[in-house]
Design a protein around this ligand. Sequence first.
Ligand code: SF4
Length: 379
Amino acid sequence: MMSKIDEELAERAYKGKISKEDALLLLNTDPFELFRFADDLRYEVVGDIATYVVNRNINFTNRCIGRCGFCAFKDNNGYILTNKEILEKVEEAFKAGATEVCIQGGLLPNAGIELYTGILESVKEEYPSIHIHAFSPMEVYHAARTSELSIKQVLYELKKSGLGTMPGTAAEILCDHVRKELCPGKLLTAEWIDVVSSAHKAGIRTTATMMYGHIESWKDRIEHMMILRDLQENTGGFTEFVPLPFMPYNNPIGKRMIEEGRYATTGMDDLKVYALSRIIFYRSINNIQASWVKLGKKLAQVALYCGANDLGGTLMEESISAAAGATNGTSISAQELEWLIKGANRIPKQRTTLYEIDKTENSSLNNHPREAGNAVFYS
Ligand code: SF4
Protein backbone atom coordinates (compact mmCIF):
# COMPACT_ATOMS: atom_id res chain seq x y z
CA MET A 1 0.00 0.00 0.00
CA MET A 2 1.28 3.47 -0.92
CA SER A 3 1.36 5.88 2.00
CA LYS A 4 1.42 8.96 -0.25
CA ILE A 5 -0.28 9.85 -3.51
CA ASP A 6 2.16 9.86 -6.40
CA GLU A 7 2.95 13.46 -7.39
CA GLU A 8 2.46 12.96 -11.12
CA LEU A 9 -0.83 11.22 -10.48
CA ALA A 10 -1.93 14.10 -8.26
CA GLU A 11 -1.03 16.53 -11.05
CA ARG A 12 -3.17 14.57 -13.50
CA ALA A 13 -6.00 14.67 -10.97
CA TYR A 14 -5.73 18.46 -10.72
CA LYS A 15 -6.04 18.61 -14.52
CA GLY A 16 -9.13 16.39 -14.35
CA LYS A 17 -7.33 13.79 -16.40
CA ILE A 18 -6.77 10.73 -14.27
CA SER A 19 -6.95 7.42 -16.14
CA LYS A 20 -8.59 4.12 -15.16
CA GLU A 21 -5.15 2.82 -14.16
CA ASP A 22 -4.58 5.91 -11.98
CA ALA A 23 -7.92 5.34 -10.29
CA LEU A 24 -7.04 1.72 -9.54
CA LEU A 25 -3.66 2.84 -8.16
CA LEU A 26 -5.39 5.32 -5.87
CA LEU A 27 -7.21 2.44 -4.24
CA ASN A 28 -3.83 1.15 -3.09
CA THR A 29 -3.10 4.37 -1.26
CA ASP A 30 -3.52 4.64 2.48
CA PRO A 31 -7.29 5.35 2.74
CA PHE A 32 -6.82 8.39 4.97
CA GLU A 33 -4.43 9.93 2.41
CA LEU A 34 -7.06 9.27 -0.25
CA PHE A 35 -9.77 10.91 1.87
CA ARG A 36 -7.55 13.91 2.62
CA PHE A 37 -6.74 14.40 -1.07
CA ALA A 38 -10.43 14.17 -2.03
CA ASP A 39 -11.27 16.62 0.76
CA ASP A 40 -8.68 19.10 -0.58
CA LEU A 41 -10.23 18.83 -4.05
CA ARG A 42 -13.71 19.29 -2.56
CA TYR A 43 -12.53 22.54 -0.99
CA GLU A 44 -11.07 23.74 -4.29
CA VAL A 45 -14.39 23.15 -6.05
CA VAL A 46 -17.09 24.20 -3.59
CA GLY A 47 -15.37 25.57 -0.51
CA ASP A 48 -16.84 24.84 2.90
CA ILE A 49 -20.51 25.06 2.01
CA ALA A 50 -22.42 21.81 2.33
CA THR A 51 -25.91 21.76 0.89
CA TYR A 52 -29.24 19.97 1.11
CA VAL A 53 -32.60 20.30 -0.62
CA VAL A 54 -36.05 20.39 0.94
CA ASN A 55 -37.96 17.91 -1.16
CA ARG A 56 -40.39 15.04 -1.17
CA ASN A 57 -40.19 11.65 -2.86
CA ILE A 58 -43.34 10.37 -4.49
CA ASN A 59 -43.30 6.84 -5.91
CA PHE A 60 -46.55 6.74 -7.86
CA THR A 61 -46.65 2.95 -8.26
CA ASN A 62 -44.74 -0.09 -7.01
CA ARG A 63 -46.10 -2.34 -9.74
CA CYS A 64 -43.54 -3.06 -12.42
CA ILE A 65 -42.94 -5.29 -15.41
CA GLY A 66 -39.15 -5.02 -14.85
CA ARG A 67 -37.05 -7.96 -13.70
CA CYS A 68 -34.22 -6.31 -11.78
CA GLY A 69 -32.56 -8.81 -9.46
CA PHE A 70 -31.72 -6.12 -6.90
CA CYS A 71 -35.23 -4.72 -6.53
CA ALA A 72 -37.20 -5.05 -3.31
CA PHE A 73 -39.68 -2.36 -4.24
CA LYS A 74 -41.69 -4.04 -6.98
CA ASP A 75 -44.96 -5.70 -5.94
CA ASN A 76 -47.33 -6.78 -8.67
CA ASN A 77 -50.24 -6.63 -6.26
CA GLY A 78 -49.12 -3.19 -5.19
CA TYR A 79 -50.59 0.29 -5.47
CA ILE A 80 -51.03 2.86 -8.21
CA LEU A 81 -51.59 6.43 -7.00
CA THR A 82 -54.21 8.51 -8.78
CA ASN A 83 -53.28 12.04 -9.84
CA LYS A 84 -55.46 13.29 -6.98
CA GLU A 85 -53.44 11.23 -4.47
CA ILE A 86 -50.19 12.49 -6.00
CA LEU A 87 -51.47 16.07 -5.65
CA GLU A 88 -52.27 15.51 -1.97
CA LYS A 89 -48.66 14.52 -1.41
CA VAL A 90 -47.41 17.52 -3.39
CA GLU A 91 -49.63 19.76 -1.27
CA GLU A 92 -48.11 18.39 1.95
CA ALA A 93 -44.65 18.93 0.51
CA PHE A 94 -45.50 22.46 -0.58
CA LYS A 95 -46.85 23.34 2.87
CA ALA A 96 -43.67 21.96 4.43
CA GLY A 97 -41.58 24.33 2.31
CA ALA A 98 -40.36 21.84 -0.30
CA THR A 99 -38.91 23.35 -3.46
CA GLU A 100 -38.82 20.01 -5.28
CA VAL A 101 -40.87 16.87 -5.70
CA CYS A 102 -39.08 13.78 -6.98
CA ILE A 103 -41.56 11.55 -8.81
CA GLN A 104 -40.69 8.05 -10.03
CA GLY A 105 -42.47 4.73 -10.27
CA GLY A 106 -42.37 1.17 -11.56
CA LEU A 107 -43.04 0.35 -15.21
CA LEU A 108 -46.73 -0.23 -15.83
CA PRO A 109 -47.39 -2.42 -18.87
CA ASN A 110 -49.55 0.09 -20.69
CA ALA A 111 -47.97 3.28 -19.42
CA GLY A 112 -47.88 5.57 -22.45
CA ILE A 113 -46.58 9.08 -22.55
CA GLU A 114 -49.99 10.37 -21.34
CA LEU A 115 -49.47 8.80 -17.93
CA TYR A 116 -46.26 10.78 -17.44
CA THR A 117 -47.43 14.05 -19.00
CA GLY A 118 -50.71 13.77 -17.06
CA ILE A 119 -48.84 13.64 -13.74
CA LEU A 120 -46.64 16.58 -14.68
CA GLU A 121 -49.51 18.73 -15.92
CA SER A 122 -51.70 18.13 -12.90
CA VAL A 123 -48.83 19.05 -10.53
CA LYS A 124 -47.80 22.13 -12.52
CA GLU A 125 -51.37 23.36 -12.79
CA GLU A 126 -51.81 23.41 -9.01
CA TYR A 127 -48.22 24.21 -7.97
CA PRO A 128 -46.52 26.09 -10.80
CA SER A 129 -43.55 27.09 -8.64
CA ILE A 130 -42.53 23.62 -7.50
CA HIS A 131 -39.63 22.02 -9.35
CA ILE A 132 -40.51 18.60 -10.74
CA HIS A 133 -37.56 16.23 -10.72
CA ALA A 134 -39.04 13.13 -12.29
CA PHE A 135 -38.86 9.94 -14.29
CA SER A 136 -35.74 7.85 -14.64
CA PRO A 137 -34.09 7.19 -18.02
CA MET A 138 -35.77 3.76 -17.87
CA GLU A 139 -39.21 5.38 -17.54
CA VAL A 140 -38.44 7.67 -20.49
CA TYR A 141 -37.31 4.64 -22.51
CA HIS A 142 -40.46 2.75 -21.46
CA ALA A 143 -42.74 5.66 -22.43
CA ALA A 144 -41.03 5.80 -25.83
CA ARG A 145 -41.54 2.11 -26.54
CA THR A 146 -45.14 1.93 -25.30
CA SER A 147 -46.13 5.09 -27.20
CA GLU A 148 -44.04 4.32 -30.28
CA LEU A 149 -42.28 7.67 -30.02
CA SER A 150 -38.60 8.53 -30.23
CA ILE A 151 -36.66 9.39 -27.06
CA LYS A 152 -36.42 12.98 -28.30
CA GLN A 153 -40.19 13.22 -28.78
CA VAL A 154 -40.83 11.84 -25.29
CA LEU A 155 -38.39 14.31 -23.74
CA TYR A 156 -39.98 17.16 -25.68
CA GLU A 157 -43.46 16.22 -24.41
CA LEU A 158 -42.25 15.83 -20.82
CA LYS A 159 -40.51 19.20 -20.84
CA LYS A 160 -43.55 20.87 -22.39
CA SER A 161 -45.68 19.38 -19.60
CA GLY A 162 -43.51 20.82 -16.83
CA LEU A 163 -40.59 18.46 -16.26
CA GLY A 164 -37.71 20.38 -14.65
CA THR A 165 -34.92 17.84 -14.26
CA MET A 166 -34.56 14.05 -14.27
CA PRO A 167 -32.99 11.67 -11.77
CA GLY A 168 -30.04 9.89 -13.37
CA THR A 169 -31.19 6.62 -11.87
CA ALA A 170 -31.43 3.25 -13.67
CA ALA A 171 -27.71 3.68 -14.28
CA GLU A 172 -26.80 1.01 -11.70
CA ILE A 173 -23.39 0.07 -13.17
CA LEU A 174 -22.86 1.15 -16.75
CA CYS A 175 -21.21 -2.09 -17.91
CA ASP A 176 -23.36 -4.42 -19.96
CA HIS A 177 -21.84 -7.61 -18.55
CA VAL A 178 -23.03 -6.47 -15.09
CA ARG A 179 -26.41 -5.18 -16.32
CA LYS A 180 -27.26 -8.44 -18.07
CA GLU A 181 -27.15 -10.22 -14.72
CA LEU A 182 -28.22 -7.40 -12.42
CA CYS A 183 -31.09 -5.89 -14.38
CA PRO A 184 -31.97 -7.88 -17.51
CA GLY A 185 -34.62 -6.05 -19.50
CA LYS A 186 -33.39 -2.65 -18.40
CA LEU A 187 -31.92 -0.31 -20.96
CA LEU A 188 -28.31 -1.10 -21.88
CA THR A 189 -25.36 1.23 -21.28
CA ALA A 190 -25.53 2.84 -24.74
CA GLU A 191 -29.28 3.32 -24.38
CA TRP A 192 -28.89 4.95 -20.94
CA ILE A 193 -26.26 7.28 -22.39
CA ASP A 194 -28.57 8.06 -25.30
CA VAL A 195 -31.53 9.00 -23.05
CA VAL A 196 -29.40 11.08 -20.70
CA SER A 197 -27.40 12.91 -23.37
CA SER A 198 -30.64 13.58 -25.31
CA ALA A 199 -32.16 15.01 -22.12
CA HIS A 200 -29.16 17.28 -21.60
CA LYS A 201 -29.33 18.44 -25.21
CA ALA A 202 -33.05 19.16 -24.74
CA GLY A 203 -32.19 21.38 -21.77
CA ILE A 204 -33.24 18.86 -19.12
CA ARG A 205 -30.43 18.49 -16.63
CA THR A 206 -30.07 15.25 -14.67
CA THR A 207 -28.25 13.81 -11.71
CA ALA A 208 -25.79 10.96 -12.18
CA THR A 209 -25.94 7.90 -9.93
CA MET A 210 -24.06 4.65 -9.40
CA MET A 211 -25.50 1.70 -7.47
CA TYR A 212 -22.53 -0.34 -6.29
CA GLY A 213 -21.68 -3.17 -3.91
CA HIS A 214 -23.40 -6.14 -5.59
CA ILE A 215 -21.79 -8.17 -8.38
CA GLU A 216 -19.52 -5.53 -9.88
CA SER A 217 -15.77 -5.04 -9.40
CA TRP A 218 -13.81 -1.86 -8.64
CA LYS A 219 -12.83 -1.88 -12.32
CA ASP A 220 -16.51 -1.74 -13.29
CA ARG A 221 -17.13 1.13 -10.85
CA ILE A 222 -14.25 3.07 -12.34
CA GLU A 223 -15.44 2.33 -15.89
CA HIS A 224 -18.88 3.65 -14.86
CA MET A 225 -17.44 6.89 -13.48
CA MET A 226 -15.27 7.40 -16.57
CA ILE A 227 -18.37 7.06 -18.80
CA LEU A 228 -20.10 9.72 -16.73
CA ARG A 229 -17.04 11.98 -16.87
CA ASP A 230 -16.91 11.71 -20.68
CA LEU A 231 -20.62 12.42 -20.93
CA GLN A 232 -20.34 15.46 -18.70
CA GLU A 233 -17.44 16.77 -20.76
CA ASN A 234 -19.73 16.56 -23.80
CA THR A 235 -22.96 17.95 -22.42
CA GLY A 236 -22.32 19.58 -19.02
CA GLY A 237 -25.79 18.42 -18.02
CA PHE A 238 -25.12 16.60 -14.75
CA THR A 239 -25.89 18.56 -11.60
CA GLU A 240 -24.36 16.06 -9.17
CA PHE A 241 -23.04 12.54 -8.70
CA VAL A 242 -24.77 10.31 -6.15
CA PRO A 243 -23.09 7.02 -5.21
CA LEU A 244 -25.71 4.59 -3.87
CA PRO A 245 -24.54 1.54 -1.93
CA PHE A 246 -26.57 -1.58 -2.67
CA MET A 247 -29.06 -2.68 0.00
CA PRO A 248 -28.95 -6.49 0.11
CA TYR A 249 -32.25 -7.30 1.84
CA ASN A 250 -35.49 -8.66 0.36
CA ASN A 251 -34.15 -9.09 -3.16
CA PRO A 252 -32.74 -12.08 -5.07
CA ILE A 253 -29.20 -10.74 -5.65
CA GLY A 254 -28.86 -9.69 -2.02
CA LYS A 255 -30.18 -13.06 -0.81
CA ARG A 256 -27.54 -14.86 -2.87
CA MET A 257 -24.81 -12.55 -1.54
CA ILE A 258 -25.83 -13.10 2.07
CA GLU A 259 -25.89 -16.88 1.52
CA GLU A 260 -22.30 -16.55 0.25
CA GLY A 261 -21.39 -14.62 3.41
CA ARG A 262 -21.21 -11.21 1.74
CA TYR A 263 -23.23 -8.38 3.19
CA ALA A 264 -23.74 -4.73 2.37
CA THR A 265 -20.76 -2.57 1.47
CA THR A 266 -18.39 -1.67 4.29
CA GLY A 267 -18.17 1.91 5.50
CA MET A 268 -14.55 2.08 4.32
CA ASP A 269 -15.56 0.99 0.83
CA ASP A 270 -18.31 3.60 0.77
CA LEU A 271 -15.91 6.36 1.75
CA LYS A 272 -13.39 5.22 -0.88
CA VAL A 273 -16.12 5.45 -3.53
CA TYR A 274 -16.87 9.02 -2.41
CA ALA A 275 -13.21 9.99 -2.41
CA LEU A 276 -12.50 8.41 -5.77
CA SER A 277 -15.54 10.03 -7.35
CA ARG A 278 -14.45 13.49 -6.15
CA ILE A 279 -11.01 12.90 -7.66
CA ILE A 280 -12.36 11.55 -10.98
CA PHE A 281 -14.99 14.30 -11.32
CA TYR A 282 -12.78 17.11 -10.01
CA ARG A 283 -13.06 19.19 -13.18
CA SER A 284 -16.38 17.93 -14.46
CA ILE A 285 -19.07 17.34 -11.81
CA ASN A 286 -18.93 19.82 -8.94
CA ASN A 287 -21.34 18.23 -6.51
CA ILE A 288 -21.00 14.85 -4.83
CA GLN A 289 -24.02 13.83 -2.78
CA ALA A 290 -23.83 11.59 0.30
CA SER A 291 -27.17 9.83 0.66
CA TRP A 292 -28.15 9.74 4.35
CA VAL A 293 -30.82 7.13 3.52
CA LYS A 294 -28.26 4.68 2.18
CA LEU A 295 -25.21 5.52 4.29
CA GLY A 296 -26.92 6.41 7.54
CA LYS A 297 -26.72 9.91 8.97
CA LYS A 298 -23.38 9.51 10.72
CA LEU A 299 -21.48 8.01 7.78
CA ALA A 300 -23.03 10.59 5.45
CA GLN A 301 -21.62 13.25 7.77
CA VAL A 302 -18.17 11.63 7.63
CA ALA A 303 -18.43 11.49 3.82
CA LEU A 304 -18.33 15.31 3.94
CA TYR A 305 -14.65 14.81 4.84
CA CYS A 306 -14.07 12.39 1.96
CA GLY A 307 -15.12 14.45 -1.03
CA ALA A 308 -18.88 14.93 -0.59
CA ASN A 309 -20.46 18.40 -0.34
CA ASP A 310 -24.17 17.64 -0.26
CA LEU A 311 -26.46 15.57 1.96
CA GLY A 312 -29.36 15.23 -0.45
CA GLY A 313 -32.98 15.81 0.44
CA THR A 314 -35.36 15.77 3.36
CA LEU A 315 -37.42 13.26 1.30
CA MET A 316 -40.45 13.21 3.66
CA GLU A 317 -41.22 9.74 2.36
CA GLU A 318 -38.82 7.02 1.22
CA SER A 319 -39.91 3.55 0.25
CA ILE A 320 -37.39 2.07 -2.20
CA SER A 321 -34.39 1.79 0.14
CA ALA A 322 -36.62 0.99 3.11
CA ALA A 323 -38.04 -2.01 1.20
CA ALA A 324 -34.47 -3.23 0.59
CA GLY A 325 -33.58 -3.09 4.28
CA ALA A 326 -32.35 0.46 4.86
CA THR A 327 -32.99 1.34 8.50
CA ASN A 328 -31.98 4.98 8.46
CA GLY A 329 -35.48 6.44 8.38
CA THR A 330 -37.65 7.78 5.62
CA SER A 331 -37.58 11.47 6.42
CA ILE A 332 -35.22 14.01 7.94
CA SER A 333 -35.80 17.63 8.84
CA ALA A 334 -33.84 20.52 7.37
CA GLN A 335 -32.82 21.37 10.95
CA GLU A 336 -31.26 17.95 11.48
CA LEU A 337 -29.41 18.12 8.15
CA GLU A 338 -28.05 21.55 9.16
CA TRP A 339 -27.02 20.12 12.53
CA LEU A 340 -25.15 17.27 10.81
CA ILE A 341 -23.41 19.73 8.48
CA LYS A 342 -22.43 22.09 11.29
CA GLY A 343 -21.15 19.09 13.24
CA ALA A 344 -18.75 18.48 10.34
CA ASN A 345 -17.60 22.10 10.63
CA ARG A 346 -19.15 23.08 7.31
CA ILE A 347 -21.54 25.87 6.38
CA PRO A 348 -25.04 24.51 5.81
CA LYS A 349 -27.05 25.96 2.93
CA GLN A 350 -30.40 24.98 1.54
CA ARG A 351 -30.17 24.66 -2.24
CA THR A 352 -32.54 24.23 -5.14
CA THR A 353 -32.48 21.17 -7.39
CA LEU A 354 -30.06 23.07 -9.65
CA TYR A 355 -27.74 23.93 -6.75
CA GLU A 356 -28.74 27.56 -6.55
CA ILE A 357 -28.12 28.90 -3.08
CA ASP A 358 -28.74 32.23 -1.47
CA LYS A 359 -25.36 33.72 -0.68
CA THR A 360 -26.71 37.07 0.40
CA GLU A 361 -27.20 36.02 4.03
CA ASN A 362 -23.49 35.56 4.55
CA SER A 363 -20.95 37.56 2.60
CA SER A 364 -18.15 35.12 3.49
CA LEU A 365 -19.84 32.67 1.13
CA ASN A 366 -18.81 34.86 -1.76
CA ASN A 367 -15.22 33.77 -1.24
CA HIS A 368 -15.84 30.60 -3.13
CA PRO A 369 -12.42 29.29 -4.11
CA ARG A 370 -13.20 28.51 -7.72
CA GLU A 371 -15.89 31.04 -8.50
CA ALA A 372 -15.14 33.86 -6.07
CA GLY A 373 -17.85 36.47 -6.01
CA ASN A 374 -19.75 34.71 -8.71
CA ALA A 375 -23.37 33.78 -9.02
CA VAL A 376 -24.89 31.01 -7.02
CA PHE A 377 -24.65 28.26 -9.58
CA TYR A 378 -22.28 25.46 -8.72
CA SER A 379 -22.49 23.09 -11.64
S1 SF4 B 1 -35.68 -1.43 -10.15
FE1 SF4 B 1 -37.33 -0.27 -11.13
S2 SF4 B 1 -37.49 -1.17 -13.20
FE2 SF4 B 1 -36.36 -2.66 -11.94
S3 SF4 B 1 -37.95 -4.06 -11.15
FE3 SF4 B 1 -37.64 -2.46 -9.58
S4 SF4 B 1 -39.18 -0.93 -10.01
FE4 SF4 B 1 -38.99 -2.21 -11.85
